[in-house]
Design a protein around this ligand. Structure first.
Ligand code: NAD
Length: 322
């Protein structure tokens, strides 16, 4: 298929590697910064998305730009009937969630969002194991480390207007999505956020706590970018009375331990995981066959809605938008 990428920064390199491995043609790349385009692949380069879409015949647009641009770029492609594979988050406001879902429902094109960790072998195994179980709850933790240089590496980082939040909407969003995918969406939550380590550098939270759902249904969630180092993500689940411990590649079901290797090797930074290849292959198969891609706008909105409800909550019960 013919692909194009908008936003040729860190994660775009990973999309490029996967597309090349899977035999697709990168027809064009767009980045607002011409310096970024010097080493970019593709037959033609652009600094304006609309201009690229006016001139190129493409099957799939990969959106790898900062968070605040996602909604308008997704809508621009969907309105032209171009399939869109967007990086997370779907977008950063409730108004934009509604706009994107409406655009997706009007368009004949498909939208997919990169929650690639759903494709990890251990996560797939646990998802399958939980099928048919009723009483599900979880406790999850994301303890990572991001320093001032990380936030200085892009002027959109660390700001409400452009990143849309901190650790929750960026680093921990994958785990928040996994938790809701495994135990279901709660209707209400109480959340607290704070910025404890870099408050002179960033506006957004570096630490968050969420208490979601009710007794035996729902989850607690803890995330920080102020940890001592990047620790493995942990999710503890209770399913019909049995405890399941899900660490990235190891799962303990009661007392039974299983180790799962991922099918693909991680191509970029370790924190990206190895799921992009499987997710991109699945999305392109959906485009080719007409099968509906599961992580569509409505599905990808769930994690963002959990984040937005946490930001509104300030420790008080808050209804999660549907
Ligand atoms: N799925 C994952 O595991 C994962 C990992 C890393 C990043 N991401 C996501 O990918 C996205 C990009 O992150 P990144 O780390 O690559 O950021 P980055 O800052 O390295 O890259 C963003 C690029 O977009 C370009 N850009 C900015 N405005 C633009 C515009 N109007 N038109 C065209 N290009 C524009 C910038 O010049 C830059 O090259 C974010 O949404 C981030 O959350 C996802």
């Amino acid at each position: 298929m013919r692909s194009a990428i908008v936003g040729y920064g860190n994660i775009a390199r990973l999309h490029e590697q996967v597309l090349t491995q899977q035999g697709h043609t990168i027809a064009a790349v767009c980045d607002i910064d011409p310096n970024k385009l010097k080493n970019a692949p593709g037959e033609r380069h652009y600094t304006d998305l609309a201009e690229m879409l006016d001139h190129e015949e493409i099957d799939v647009l990969h959106i790898c730009t900062p968070h605040y641009l996602h909604a308008d770029m997704i809508i621009e492609a969907l309105e032209r009937g171009i399939n869109v594979l967007g990086e997370k988050p779907l977008c950063i406001s409730e108004e934009d969630i509604v706009r994107v879902i409406e655009a997706a429902e009007r368009s004949k094109a498909q939208i997919g969002v990169c929650f690639q960790n759903r494709y990890n072998t251990a996560n797939q195994a646990v998802k399958a194991y939980l099928q048919g179980k009723n009483s599900l709850c979880a406790a999850a933790s994301v303890t990572w480390y991001r320093d001032a240089n990380y936030y200085r590496s892009g002027d959109w980082r660390g700001k409400w207007a452009t990143e849309g939040g901190g650790v929750l909407i960026n680093q921990a969003l994958h785990t928040l999505d996994l938790v809701q995918w495994l135990v279901g969406m709660p209707e209400t939550l109480q959340g607290q956020i704070s910025c404890m380590t870099l408050s002179d550098e960033i506006e957004v939270e570096d630490t968050a706590v969420i208490l979601a759902g009710e007794h035996n249904h729902g989850f607690t969630f803890y995330a920080t970018n102020g940890g001592p180092t990047d620790c493995p993500v942990e999710i503890t689940l209770k399913a019909d009375g049995e405890w399941i411990k899900l660490m990235p590649k190891d799962v303990i079901y009661g007392t039974r331990h299983e180790h799962y290797e991922d099918v693909a090797h991680a191509l970029g930074k370790a924190c990206y995981g190895s799921g992009h290849g499987a997710l991109i292959a699945d999305f392109y198969d959906c485009v080719a066959t007409g099968r509906h891609f599961e992580i569509d706008a409505r599905e990808a909105a769930k994690a963002v809605r959990l984040v937005l409800a946490t930001y509104r909550s300030q420790g008080k019960p808050e209804i999660i938008t549907k």
